[in-house]
Design a protein around this ligand. Structure first.
Ligand SMILES: CCCCCCCCCC(=O)SCCNC(=O)CCNC(=O)[C@H](O)C(C)(C)COP(=O)(O)OP(=O)(O)OC[C@H]1O[C@@H](n2cnc3c(N)ncnc32)[C@H](O)[C@@H]1OP(=O)(O)O
Length: 236
């Protein structure tokens, strides 16, 4: 596991990062805390049978075994989900002592399993697409019994942002345009489908659709623009 992390140092989703940030990350290797490597997108008891069924479906088509890290053949890669966004840049290494120690990724800020954002994302590099299985919990209520539009926007931003990161390196959301077509019931399982539309210089345009698991119902559609940045610019 640690060898896997060490290989990733120096890159953000495969993109080179600046030497100053790199120095701080390498220094942080000395403070690796295995507990901080927890991947929050692993199955847990709050997942419904439907969530688990679709997880197993995509996991079986992954290029790497998520438990042993052995190579398999398959078009998908299961993406880990940490509770600090900076950990994605380091492959999970603990550097939160250096940057805003109490900060938590919004979607992973509630510890109670099943209460808020239960999700797992898979990336298909060849097709430049990402899908996410999302089971919204009871603390995400907007309209009675249904998911708050802001929570849906959060997940769209998160998954499209993850895809943009893998395709274009460190990026921030510049424009997020959403059409809510049908309310999403709390506790249901939906699939968030994201695809690259085009890349123009620093701009990465992603399209997104939220559907039922059988894809017969479209809940939400979105287009999102990400603009590439130098990772160091976020640290002043
Ligand atoms: C990995 C773990 C999972 C986490 C994923 C989470 C993803 C979440 C991502 C976020 O939520 S980020 C937080 C929300 N976003 C921000 O806070 C961004 C705030 N805005 C900025 O920082 C700047 O405005 C920005 C970097 C987007 C652009 O500023 P710049 O000065 O670097 O660039 P510039 O203004 O020159 O724009 C570059 C290009 O983008 C275009 N552009 C910028 N903003 C735009 C906009 N809003 N709409 C359309 N086009 C836009 C701009 O026209 C230009 O196009 P051209 O290259 O063709 O000339």
């Amino acid at each position: 596991m640690l060898a896997h992390i060490a290989r990733r140092i120096g890159h953000f989703h495969g993109h080179q990062i600046s030497s100053a940030i790199l120095r701080r990350m390498r220094a942080s290797l000395k403070t690796i805390n295995p507990i901080s490597l927890q991947d929050f997108s692993q199955p847990n008891p709050s997942w419904s049978p439907e969530m688990r069924k679709f997880y197993d479906h995509y996991n079986a088509q992954c290029d790497t075994d998520t438990e042993t890290y052995e190579n398999k053949t398959g078009p998908w890669r299961k993406l880990p989900s940490y509770n600090r966004s900076i950990k994605h840049a380091t492959g999970g290494i603990y550097i939160s002592k250096l940057i805003q120690a109490k900060a938590r990724l919004f979607t992973r800020s509630v510890n109670e399993q099943g209460a808020t954002f239960e999700y797992v994302a898979f990336f298909n590099k060849e097709e430049k697409i990402c899908i996410c299985l999302f089971q919204p919990g009871h603390l995400l209520e907007g309209a009675p019994g249904h998911v708050h539009g802001g929570a849906i926007a959060t997940m769209i931003d998160t998954v499209t942002g993850t895809l943009a990161g893998y395709l274009s390196g460190p990026s921030v959301t510049a424009n997020l345009n959403i059409n809510y077509r049908s309310p999403v019931p709390l506790g249901s399982v939906v699939i968030i489908h994201c695809a690259l539309d085009r890349i123009e210089g620093r701009k990465t345009f992603i399209t997104c659709k939220v559907t039922s698991t059988d894809e017969s119902k479209v809940y939400t559609e979105a287009t999102v623009l990400f603009v590439s940045i130098k990772l160091g610019s976020l640290f002043g």
